[in-house]
Design a binder for this molecule. Structure first.
Ligand code: ADP
Length: 505
């Protein structure tokens, strides 16, 4: 059953039950009230007539017993034509009756006369006759403790009954019309309210059919629950689309990046195959040259395989960071000691990249003491990456300065160089995977453009960040920000992460 139908049924049933209860209550109250009033008025009139008769026969009981002719019987029809009365003697015989009754007898009720003629209190009953309804009220006539007879009053209640039937009809009609209207309006409202859900379903179907993630739901009412659902759905689609595009871009980048070393490896293998097939001696390659070329090719194959291997490990690490599976072993780390380590290692890096250990001047700037909570090896990886970049992108004779400051709850480690610098537009992109300001140069230096994006992810996993300030031709300063840690701080990495991410923004 659809939600729309279920809602309509519930709504209609609820309104129906309420209206029926209301109608039954109104009808019952009205009937009881009307009945009470009719009976009261009949009782009053019957008792008045009885009192008038009693007054006349008091003291003259014998005369009354002999003949009731002298008794003046009030003409009730003067007051109301729907009322008639009759005087009975102590045997129940009719002595006098109001004129409007004519010859028509007042219908009897089996219990009433014996009860009244036994001298007991007033009684009434209802009778119907040819579609008309009457109330008969009987009052005993008791004079000096003796039963002299009874006064019987008959009153038409047809008008009241007709009115009640009419009210009943209106109530039934009103309730039925209201229920039908409620069902129609309810179905319409449910349809209107749930229409965006149909749109969401259609959009989802369209996306599945056409594989076009660019489809969005047209939201008209942002404030309603369904409107919010549609907005959330659109946001989700935005995110999925971004992820999808990022994934496509990544696959493109990865295949492109892997193709270069693979082409080199292939080229070298072909060369080696040709060398193996070439005849030796005579005009062929001399043995020493062949062996030189052989070695060179092999080392190139090895270098390219290593590069591919590193790129694949880097990508794996980034994928882990993306999925939140990056393992960070949180423990207190002395950052000043770690920085000194990296400072020493940088000298070896200078020798590796520049050929001479003194090609660059490596300095230590301000050196506060600081402790953070984090993974020592990962933090070292970040600092080495920053140091390596500083060395790679600074010309011989330049200066690389390391410094550590511990201020306002943040530990800031900066690596400043006097190298080639980065333009403002490129500064926004260098943390993207595979982005390099100068692809050929980076590749020549063994880079793949993944270093900074990994470093940024590691910093973020520690609740920190990496920022850059740079000017082309002047130099760059990369700063790693980490939340300072003091013994006794809350140990939960979640708490730590939460506070810091909020603070970092
Ligand atoms: P790569 O492996 O190419 O060094 P990174 O992710 O570490 O990759 O750096 C991305 C790009 O940022 C580099 O290719 C380079 O263009 C630029 N870059 C990084 N560090 C520096 C620096 N200290 N000076 C100038 N450019 C830099």
């Amino acid at each position: 059953m659809t939600i729309r139908l279920r809602l309509t049924l519930w709504y209609t049933a609820l309104l129906g039950v309420t209206l029926i209860l209301f109608s039954v209550t109104v009808y019952s109250a009205l009937t009881a009230n009307l009945r009470f009033q009719l009976e009261q008025s009949a009782a009053l009139q019957a008792r008045n007539i009885a009192a008038a008769v009693i007054q006349q026969i008091q003291g003259d009981v014998v005369v009354f017993r002999n003949s009731a002719d002298n008794v003046f019987f009030p003409q009730v029809e003067l007051f109301a034509s729907s009322v008639g009365a009759q005087l009975l003697d102590s045997d129940g015989k009719v002595l006098k009756r109001s004129e409007n009754l004519g010859d028509i007898p007042i219908p009897h009720h089996a219990d009433t006369m014996p009860h009244i003629l036994a001298g007991q209190e007033d009684r009434f009953y209802y009778v119907t006759n040819e579609g008309a309804a009457f109330l008969v009220y009987t009052v005993p006539l008791i004079v000096d403790g003796q039963l002299m007879g009874a006064v019987q009053l008959i009153q038409s209640v047809t008008t009241a009954l007709t009115a009640l039937t009419q009210v009943n009809r209106y109530l039934i009609l009103g309730t039925t019309i209201s229920i039908v209207l409620a069902a129609i309006v309810g179905a319409f409202l449910a349809r209107r309210a749930l229409a965006p859900i149909d749109t969401i379903t259609e959009t989802a179907n369209a996306i599945t059919r056409t594989r076009d993630l660019g489809n969005r739901i047209d939201i008209r009412d942002n404030a309603s629950e369904v409107g919010r659902l549609a907005a959330t759905f659109n946001e989700m689609l935005d995110r999925i689309q971004r992820l999808f595009q990022a994934q496509e871009r990544l696959i493109g980048d990865v295949s492109h990046e892997l193709r270069t070393p693979l082409t080199t490896i292939q080229g070298n293998i072909e060369l080696l195959q040709r060398m193996a097939a070439a005849p030796t001696g005579g005009g062929a390659l001399r043995l020493e040259t062949a062996s030189e070329l052989f070695k060179e090719s092999l080392s190139e194959v090895q270098a390219e395989s290593e590069r591919m291997n590193k790129m694949i490990s880097d990508l794996l690490l980034l994928a882990q960071a993306d999925s939140g599976a990056l393992q960070i072993q949180m423990a207190p780390v002395e950052m000043d000691t770690l920085l000194l380590d990296v400072y020493r290692q940088t000298r070896r890096l200078v020798e590796h990249y520049k050929g001479r250990a003194d090609a660059l001047e490596i300095r230590l700037g301000s050196e506060d003491q600081a402790q953070v909570r984090g993974d020592r090896d990962r933090l070292r990886q970040v600092l080495v990456n920053l140091a390596e970049n500083a060395v790679k992108y600074t010309h011989a004779g330049g200066v690389v300065t390391f410094s550590l400051e511990n201020r306002d709850g943040w530990v800031r480690i900066s690596v400043a160089d006097t190298g080639i610098g980065i333009s403002a537009e490129q500064q926004a992109l260098i943390f993207d995977r595979f982005y390099r300001t100068d692809k050929a140069r980076s590749r020549e230096l063994g880079g793949s453009g993944l270093g900074l994006s990994i470093a940024q992810r590691i910093a973020q996993a520690h609740g920190g960040k990496i920022t850059v300030e740079s000017q082309p031709g002047v130099g760059s300063t990369f700063t790693l920000w980490l939340p300072a840690y003091h013994e006794g701080d809350v140990e939960s990495p979640l708490n730590l992460k939460h506070t810091v991410i909020a603070g970092a923004q």
